[in-house]
Design a protein around this ligand. Structure first.
Ligand code: NOJ
Ligand code: CA
Length: 527
């Protein structure tokens, strides 16, 4: 088997939502100097790669995913000098920096769009997708991604020019026309601009939406939900032409040594689609097309085993797996309640790159933000809640505003911040943070956990998930009890006894012989 040796295979990637990590200038919003200030914490935690959600100039109508200048830092976050310093200091600590890249759409306030909108004959008219209406309505029946009932049109009417423009996500985010070579070149230059500044890779937003059916044909089915619609849509997204454009983005990124491309692909992508995004010969060639399955999976042993077995096998030796539990669009891992520890242990011990969302290492809650403090204009279809719940400020300590800011933050703090915070958990050897730190260190120092093979075991209690990681004779066994009852898990034979090295309860260090007894909701890593 070809052994993975790349940094993006061996490291954990930690996602920072910059508005909510650390505020340094007292405006209640996180900034780049704040991330700089917290690099020592990340290093202490064992993090060697950080992905930062968008920091570019933006009217912030979608908090940075609506870019108005791709090569400037938004003044809220700082400036290019702050950015260069951040890269420099991160690299000095052996931490890679991955930026977000938003190629599918710009802000409606981007000068490109203002120019495009100014007249039908504007030289940038074709940089976006403009069409005449049909029979007194929009050009076709495609639907907006943000609409929970999938009823809203993807088209927005512009009174002044009498045409519609296409916006997959929302009217403030018009889609770029990627079939226009000028757009391609301008957007490739954006990649080069940041790569030249030393960025180690990109997480690319909404890659499957980039190309549209050239004939703009109607979708021909009646969806029951947004995810159902997005999975089945043939013309609006999921186009084979997108693969071609992603491949070219990848070529630009890969022309610099040691870089990574991570793609936001469909949440419900099939294994075949994931392979196609990764395939370096016939597909898009990106290193890590996100595997989002666990962002909406139950912590239920049987279905988890079934999915992980299939996914790991489908990755085989030529595609590197990855796992996400949460992000700035999806609820935090604390949604699993008593099983949140198991969820963390799971992704930190599987074969593949784990993505950790800031604050999940503390088991920060999903916050019920009162309507008058809500900021996010869109609802998550599955939960009918805005995404604010998972974007509240990082909880650093028990001081006013949790050490995040000197003033009331842009989103309310979770009411539990005086108990759930970095400082409190740092001094508690049984805390969530202690478990994450120990697992990250163990992963880094144990080749079986990074490069080792994955094999799930059968003949085990029904509500348990047990798997073996193995490399050159070194074996690590992970046993997770997803039930609220005690379970006795038989252990495979080994030359010496098994030792419980980490328990999710952080209170065990013992040798066991033929079985290990797991308390309710306990996970254990045995060496
Ligand atoms: C996906 C991003 O993760 C999300 O936060 C954003 O709102 C949409 N893309 C639109 O860019
Ligand atoms: Ca600030």
């Amino acid at each position: 088997m070809k052994q993975p040796t790349q940094w993006w295979q061996n490291n954990v990637v930690y996602q920072i939502y910059p508005r909510s990590f650390q505020d340094t200038n007292g405006d209640g919003i996180g900034d780049l100097p704040g991330i700089l200030q917290r690099l020592d914490y990340l290093q202490w935690l064992g993090i060697e790669a950080v992905w930062i959600s968008p920091i570019y100039e933006s009217p912030m109508e979608d908090f940075g995913y609506d870019v108005s200048n791709y090569t400037e830092i938004d003044p809220l976050f700082g400036n290019l000098e702050d950015f260069d310093q951040l890269i420099h200091e991160a690299h000095r600590r052996n931490i890679k920096i991955i930026l977000d890249y938003v190629p599918n759409h710009t802000s409606h306030k981007h000068p490109w769009f203002l120019e495009s909108k100014s007249s039908r004959t504007s030289p940038k008219r074709d940089w976006y997708i403009w069409r005449d209406g049909k029979e007194g309505g929009p050009p076709n029946n495609w639907r907006s991604v943000t609409n929970t009932t999938v009823a809203g049109s993807i088209w927005e009417f512009d009174e002044a020019s009498g045409q519609y423009y296409l916006c997959n996500f929302s009217p403030i985010q018009p889609d770029l026309n990627w079939e226009n070579p000028e757009v391609q070149e301008a957007m490739f230059d954006v990649l080069r601009f940041w790569l030249d500044r030393g960025v180690d890779g990109f997480r690319v937003d909404m890659v499957d939406f980039i190309s549209k059916d050239p004939e703009f044909r109607d979708e021909d089915f009646e969806p029951t939900s947004t995810s159902d619609y997005l999975t089945q849509a043939k013309y609006q997204c999921n186009r084979p032409e997108s693969i071609h454009h992603i491949r070219r983005m990848h070529d630009v990124i890969a022309s610099y040594p040691n870089r990574v491309m991570i793609g936001e692909v469909p949440y419900h992508a099939t294994l075949e689609q994931l392979r196609n995004f990764a395939d370096p010969v016939n597909g898009a060639g990106m290193e890590l097309p996100f595997n989002f399955r666990l962002t909406y999976a139950e912590m239920e042993a049987k279905s988890l085993k079934e999915f992980i077995d299939r996914y790991d096998a489908s990755c085989g030796n030529d595609m590197w797996p990855n796992y996400n539990l949460s992000n700035h669009d999806r609820a935090r891992t604390s949604r699993y309640g008593d099983l949140a520890g198991i969820a963390g242990m799971l992704i930190l011990t599987l074969r593949g790159t784990p993505f950790i969302y800031y604050g999940d290492e503390l088991n920060m809650p999903n916050v019920d933000v009162p309507p008058e403090r809500q900021q996010d204009p869109w609802l998550v279809p599955e939960t009918n809640r805005t995404r604010d719940e998972c974007r509240t400020p990082m909880q650093w300590d028990a001081n006013a505003f949790a050490g995040f800011s000197k003033t009331e933050p842009w989103l309310p703090l979770s009411p539990d911040f005086q108990k759930v915070n970095v400082e409190a958990q740092k001094s508690n050897p049984q805390s969530f943070l202690a478990m994450y730190r120990k697992l990250i260190a163990l992963r880094k120092n144990t080749p079986a956990l990074t490069v080792g093979s994955y094999e799930s075991l059968s003949n085990i209690p029904e509500s348990s998930l047990v798997y073996l990681r193995e490399h050159e004779g070194e074996q690590v066994l992970i046993a997770l009890n997803c039930s609220d009852e005690e379970l006795i898990v038989p252990l495979p034979p080994k030359q010496s006894d098994w030792r419980v090295n980490v328990s999710t309860h952080m209170d065990r260090d013992e040798t066991v012989a033929n079985t290990v007894t797991l308390r309710p909701h306990e996970g254990a890593v045995l060496l």
